[in-house]
Write a protein that binds this ligand. Structure first.
Ligand code: ATP
Ligand code: MG
Length: 396
């Protein structure tokens, strides 16, 4: 039997804190990782839980294990993935033997080093810092030129003593997105437009464990088929990070024309957004959603001043999450680029709110006035339910 086996060590963050839910969260995270690996064509790997870590071992895999990292490290809930070895035997002698071997193979031309030991199993003989010191001594004997450096050494050898012993180099650590396991928070309905902001809002919501159903309002023939395709492309790109996304495409034209007819121009954008929120709320009921998510950022445009956001009150009973509320545009753009939606979002197709955009949109609307206008819209409910019944559904 080989003395060591190549493994990936997966670290996860906050879920370790979640008392009674911990097991459930861990299992959700493992399911998401397993699904990603299987979707990427990995077979025959051995995947298990280890005191505060997950481990992927090569098993009978045909593909190289290192190729799996990219498919693991994108999963929400994961803080990092390290590549190293698991020892077949769990003894002090085999630890020193394997660690020295690993150091020889991986130290390269490093000038400085340190050893860090993490002894999760307190029954293993020796204290963590004693093991590190002794092992460091062995390494220094083999590499007399090498210097110990505790802050940012060129080479950091990490030993983790758990049910098995693991050894890896800090340099192999690839950072994950953090957050909570996919779907662990329940479902939310994302108002997804073709803009830059809402996909980023969806990403951030999904990162906190929210399972997304997206809803897009289009207004043919005023908005083109290509504007719709753009939104579907955005949803597809988003799904690479968030897992499955259902997209509901609602024909908004009649509602938009109706609202336009009944509303003073300065308030039209607000009325449109209230109608969208109402319909998202109705959709959430049938989808078992618990919240609505939008890409609003305070003060970004007239319809997103604090007064305008206040004027959305009562459009839905559900909590409205606005993950970007306090973000500057440049930070939103940075995130959009990171998640790969930016280039799709900047394709030049109008969304439905820019269509009848007033010259002087109100920036300090009054909720009571908005509600009064809305009260007189006798046909609105009927138009909304018809549009929802006829919605198209896409799955990514
Ligand atoms: P975005 O870049 O996300 O389109 P924006 O800065 O263009 O946002 P608005 O057009 O005021 O701002 O939209 C604010 C939010 O309202 C969007 O982030 C989105 O959540 C929602 N929204 C706007 N238009 C639509 C639409 N046609 N379909 C679905 N949601 C929409
Ligand atoms: Mg927009």
């Amino acid at each position: 039997m080989d003395k060591t086996q190549e493994v990936l060590l997966i670290k996860y963050g906050e879920i370790a804190l979640r008392g009674g839910n911990r097991r459930i969260y861990e299992n959700m995270l493992m399911d998401a990782i397993r699904k990603n690996l299987e979707n990427a064509g990995f077979e025959g790997f051995h995947f298990y839980k280890e005191q505060g870590r997950f481990v992927v071992a090569g098993g009978d895999m045909e593909k190289p294990l290192s190729g799996a990292i990219a498919h693991i490290v994108c999963v929400f809930g994961i803080t990092s993935v390290c590549r190293g070895v698991r020892l077949a035997e769990r003894s002090v002698e085999s630890l020193f033997d394997a660690a020295l071997g690993y150091a020889k193979e991986n130290i390269g031309n490093s000038a400085t080093f340190k050893v860090t030991t993490n002894r999760a199993d307190k029954n293993f003989p020796g204290k963590s810092n004693e093991i590190s010191a002794e092992l460091g001594g062995h390494i220094l004997t083999s590499f007399p030129e090498l210097k110990v450096k505790l802050e940012k050494p060129d080479f950091e050898l990490i030993v983790e003593i758990r049910n098995s012993i693991y050894i890896y180099s800090k340099a192999t650590e690839v950072e994950g997105p953090g957050g909570l396991p996919p779907g662990s928070a329940g479902k939310g309905v994302l108002l997804l437009s073709g803009g830059i902001d809402s996909p980023v809002a969806g990403y951030l919501a999904a990162k906190r464990g929210i399972d997304l159903t997206a809803i897009y309002f289009h207004s043919p023939p005023y908005t083109s088929e290509r504007a719709k395709e753009k939104v579907l492309d955005i949803a597809k790109q988003l799904s690479h990070h968030t897992g499955k996304i259902k997209v509901i495409v609602v024909n908004f034209t009649e509602i938009q024309l109706y609202l336009n007819d009944k509303t003073p121009p300065a308030k039209i954008t607000l009325m449109l957004k209230r109608a969208m929120l109402k319909m998202a709320g109705i959709t959430a009921q049938s989808e078992k959603g618990l919240a609505i998510i939008t890409g609003d950022a305070v003060g970004q445009v007239a319809s997103q001043t604090l007064h305008s956001l206040h004027a959305m009150t009562g459009a839905t009973d559900l909590p409205i999450l606005r993950p970007l509320a306090t973000y500057d545009k440049k930070d939103i753009v940075g995130l959009a680029q990171k998640i790969g939606t930016f280039d799709i979002s900047i394709r030049p197709f109008d969304d439905c709110c820019t269509l009848f955009l007033p010259k002087n949109p109100e920036t300090k609307p009054k909720l009571s006035i908005i509600q009064n206008i809305e009260r007189k819209m006798d046909d609105l409910e009927h138009l909304m339910s018809t549009a929802l019944e006829q919605a198209e559904i896409y799955q990514f």
